[in-house]
Design a protein around this ligand. Structure first.
Ligand code: CO
Length: 161
């Protein structure tokens, strides 16, 4: 390969990288069948901030089938869901000023989208995080694993007695 071809190949590689999705930006969808289209979200540890775009791909209204995207430590999910239930629809099914909530979007209905951007300064590698929807009854099916950085660290933490 000539130097010129090398430069061409490199430019092509960089171009492919440029059009490739930003690893610190995540797009997720919620459906009328109470499902997220992702079960796991993995974010590199060098992301200073993460942007999550939630789109409701269905047609049902926010009151009937509203979805939000909430991030917390896995061990805090149940408590946040219960507190969100008590807070109700008018509060986006989220307790106010709850420090266990790392990030959260508003509740969206069919055809709507919302975005949340948050700093990763609150995240630690090796901790188990979960994302979930706090609409009543949704978190059992609308829930996934959120990995920050090296997932091997999480696995090691879990297997260490
Ligand atoms: Co939901």
């Amino acid at each position: 390969m000539s130097p010129l071809q090398m430069i061409g190949a490199l430019a092509l590689l960089l171009g492919v990288r440029a059009v490739h999705a930003d690893p610190c930006s995540v797009a997720i969808e919620g459906s009328d069948t109470m499902r997220f289209n992702l079960h796991e979200i993995s974010v590199p540890a060098d992301c200073a901030a993460v942007e999550v775009s939630l789109r409701h791909s269905g047609k049902l209204s926010a009151k009937v089938m509203g979805h939000d995207w909430v991030l917390a430590r896995a061990i805090d999910v149940s408590a946040i869901v219960n507190a969100g239930l008590a807070a109700g629809y008018s509060h986006g099914y989220l307790p106010e000023n709850d420090r266990r909530i790392i990030a959260a979007t508003k509740v969206v209905g069919g055809g709507e989208s919302t975005v949340v951007k948050f700093s990763t300064s609150l995240l630690q590698q090796g901790i188990r995080y979960a994302f979930f929807c706090t609409s009543p009854g949704h978190s059992s099916s609308m829930r996934g694993t959120f990995l920050f950085g090296d997932d091997n660290k999480v696995v090691r933490t879990l297997t260490t007695p």
